[in-house]
Design a protein around this ligand. Structure first.
Ligand SMILES: N[C@@H](CCC(=O)N[C@@H](CS)C(=O)NCC(=O)O)C(=O)O
Length: 208
């Protein structure tokens, strides 16, 4: 029997955690939430590291005791067997293609710029030029996305999938990191379509 999700270790500001929070809402799944305060270094506490040695949220606890980490793996597991995850092998591969792109090109660039602009004290921890490189690579990622969405409503197979959830998480709030979505009209229109989906919740919605 497939285990059920029971608890999400989460933090409101975190775009990675938002992917899991949004999928749970879209799928009408109720879980317990435990806030792990990034700014108070709670991800580095002995309590949390005993659950996730990588010291990162999100972390999803399942009814059989499994602890699942990595937002895109959590998203894949939650949406498996639902309309949010295609069954066609090519479309599934395309969902993963966008999730890997998200992890390497979006989270690392748009997500990092948003974090550093929101908490500028942390900028001193970065090597010189690092944030400028993230800003440049973030624009490159938005260009790829905007071109893809020129003739498409959603990222894969013309319907809303977990690829859209994954990529939306850090793209829709990228203006907080200094990006201008007005420069990417297809991305901006896609963000509005995603926000209109039944069950959608904003990133700062706190279910606890
Ligand atoms: N690849 C991971 C990244 C998760 C991640 O970067 N989590 C951040 C918050 S958004 C975190 O927990 N940082 C705490 C730390 O590094 O101490 C995923 O997608 O889940």
């Amino acid at each position: 029997m497939k285990p059920t999700p029971v608890k999400l270790f989460d933090f409101s500001f975190s775009g990675a955690s938002y992917k899991a929070r949004l999928a749970l809402s879209l799928l009408e799944l109720t879980v317990e939430f435990e806030s792990i305060d990034l700014m108070a270094w709670e991800t580095r506490s002995d309590y949390f590291i005993s659950k996730n040695p990588v010291a990162q949220i999100p972390l999803l606890e399942l009814s059989d005791g499994t602890l699942l980490r990595e937002s895109n793996a959590i998203l894949t597991w939650l949406t498996e067997g639902t309309p949010l995850m295609p069954t066609n092998s090519v479309e599934r591969a395309q969902v993963f293609q966008w999730m890997f792109f998200e992890s390497s090109n979006i989270d690392k660039n748009l997500g990092r710029c948003r974090f550093m602009e929101t908490y500028p004290d942390w900028k001193k921890m970065l090597p010189p030029g690092h944030l400028e490189m993230c800003a440049y690579l973030g624009e490159e990622a938005l260009k790829v996305l905007d071109e893809h969405l020129r003739s498409k409503q959603y990222l894969v197979g013309e319907r809303y999938t977990s690829a859209d959830i994954s990529v939306f998480a850090y793209v829709h709030c990228s203006e907080e990191g200094g990006f201008k979505l007005g420069d990417y009209p297809n991305v901006k229109a896609w963000c509005e379509r995603v926000k209109d989906r039944p069950g959608h919740i904003p990133i700062d919605y706190q279910p606890y």
